[in-house]
Design a protein around this ligand. Structure first.
Ligand SMILES: Cc1cc2nc3c(=O)[nH]c(=O)nc-3n(C[C@H](O)[C@H](O)[C@H](O)COP(=O)(O)OP(=O)(O)OC[C@H]3O[C@@H](n4cnc5c(N)ncnc54)[C@H](O)[C@@H]3O)c2cc1C
Length: 388
């Protein structure tokens, strides 16, 4: 049978009737730009005034997009996904920290997550954001090529040590680290660090993935250059391909500062480079491990079609597909059902700390009209199938 993402019975079989109704309510609300904007603004204000709205957030948007507040809570969600052969990228999603003590504190939290993941058969990935371990201003300065003071050089050394400790733990525990891509104006040190970690840990097997944001017009060339570098230095390139999450911010900054936008001129160009990037990686699976992070059905269909044409196994250990928890279950669960290595990015952390992540999801589901419409359509279809 050809692969189809239309089967909502498979897509939502891990969701109870109650959960499905909650998802329906949430996606309906987010589809209204007015409700969504007001909700986001009020949430930010209420959090900054310390109003007791945590339990309301936790019961609604948090439950839809997050695994829990602690690793133990996330473990329960993860176990449910595991029943349907869906893996997990266990994402300690605390953002916006800027203090050395907070960066230091994050390391044992990640080590704990990796060690826990090693005891579970469906948690192969731990995503990390370098900004969770480094001051944004420091990364910006390195990206610009500015000279660092002696104190900043020490600071940068501490960042490298933190990342190395996490990657070493993953190598020891046979887990994989996904280094997320962030804003283009801090990306150079992130890429350099990712390359250094790949060179150290990706020699015999795949441990580290860097992320390529194909909404940038220079990333297809960069992907190929990264591959050549990996081959020259004898390590496997871990390539996580996404479209990119900061488009509005990128464009606004470029305009404000008067430099050419790093973003593709239109969506079709992003889609083209995304699919070309995936095809390039699938052509070089001997030296590339590919992680396809997307909710785009066409990109997933195209990838699976290449895999089929090449006679590759869906469960090939250099091919992974992934969606965010709470979105595009029709893709994840139907791919899992067809034997592909799929996972959900499953964020967890204290409610107040995952607010930036939740805001991005709310915004994404408002601005990308097609996505919300699709989610709602699928949820409605499944509700009517269940007679709800
Ligand atoms: C598992 C996973 C991991 C992720 N990790 C990261 C990460 O590390 N870093 C990161 O930045 N993002 C990350 N994302 C988010 C991702 O970059 C996208 O924002 C999100 O997935 C939407 O893109 P899409 O491919 O799913 O779908 P689509 O809905 O097909 O594409 C929407 C995307 O297309 C691009 N786009 C939209 N309009 C235009 C336009 N006019 N011109 C040019 N491009 C346009 C934008 O990137 C937009 O987000 C991740 C997503 C997933 C699923």
């Amino acid at each position: 049978m050809p692969l189809s993402f239309d089967n909502t019975e498979i897509a939502f079989r891990y969701r109870s009737d109650k959960e499905l109704k909650r998802a329906h309510f949430l996606f309906s609300s987010m589809s209204s730009p007015f409700l969504s904007k007001t909700g986001m603004r009020l949430t930010q204000l209420a959090m900054s005034w310390n109003l007791p709205i945590k339990s309301m957030i936790k019961k609604t948007i948090f439950q839809q997009f997050c695994g829990g507040e602690t690793i133990e809570e996330a473990a329960q969600t993860s176990a449910i996904l595991g029943r349907y052969n869906v893996g997990v990228a266990l994402d300690y999603s605390v953002e916006g920290k800027e203090e050395e003590a907070e960066f230091d504190h994050a390391v044992p939290e990640f080590v704990k997550a990796i060690e826990y993941a090693a005891t579970q058969k469906n948690i192969p990935f731990i995503p990390i954001k370098i900004t969770g371990f480094a001051r944004f201003g420091l990364l910006e300065k390195i990206h610009e090529g500015a000279a660092l003071s002696a104190a900043e050089q020490e600071e940068w050394k501490r960042v490298q040590d933190r990342i190395d400790r996490i990657c070493a733990t993953a190598a020891r525990c046979r887990n994989m680290i996904l280094i997320d891509a962030e804003e283009s104006w801090i990306q150079q040190p992130v890429d350099d660090l990712a390359d250094a970690m790949m060179e150290k840990y990706n020699k015999g097997s795949i441990v580290i993935f860097n992320t390529f944001q194909m909404y940038r017009h220079d990333r297809l060339i960069f992907l190929e250059a990264s591959h050549r570098k990996a081959m020259a230095r004898g390590y496997i390139l871990g390539a996580k391909l996404v479209r990119g999450a900061y488009m509005e911010k990128e464009r606004a900054r470029a305009e404000e500062k008067g430099y050419p936008s790093p973003i593709q001129p239109d969506k079709a160009s992003t889609d083209r480079d995304y699919d070309l990037g995936v095809a390039y990686c699938l052509d070089h699976l001997d030296s590339i491990a590919l992680f396809i992070g997307t909710h785009n059905e066409q990109s997933c269909y195209k990838a699976t079609e290449i895999i089929r044409q090449k006679g590759l196994q869906p469960g090939n250990n250099h091919i992974y597909l992934s969606q965010l928890y709470g979105m595009s279950d029709n893709i994840t669960f139907n791919l899992a059902d067809a034997g592909y290595n799929v996972s959900k990015y499953l964020p967890y952390g204290p409610v107040k700390d995952v607010i930036p992540y939740l805001m991005r999801r709310a915004q994404e589901n408002t601005s990308v009209a097609g996505q919300t419409g699709r989610e709602l359509g699928l949820i409605k279809k499944e509700m009517s199938r269940r007679g709800l």
